[in-house]
Design a protein around this ligand. Sequence first.
Ligand SMILES: [Zn+2]
Length: 114
Amino acid sequence: MSKTLADVIAENETLYVNCSHTLCWRTVKLDVHALADSLGADHGAMHDDLVKLFRCTKCYAEGRDQRPVFFTYLTDYEADRQRRNARPGRIDGKPQTVGLGPLERKGIDHEEDV
Ligand SMILES: [Zn+2]
């Protein structure tokens, strides 16, 4: 499974890079749009695609040995919730209160009495 920066943008995910040094644990939120502008939107967004591009500047400045960074993706849960709640008869996830009379429903109701 591969994932590109364009996929991260399309899914509206937030991407963080984290330092794994036990004296640091610094976390920085990445500007994925700027990263895509710089590397190309088709650049891979998985750990192996990005790990060599980042180092912890705080550890570097303080003379600590460099430890590998790791990445965290956070899903846009609000957009995900709205997608799941979006269904016919609802607008923006809210119940629709007009236009659901018997005539509008005719032809889409295929239930049979048993
Ligand atoms: Zn660090």
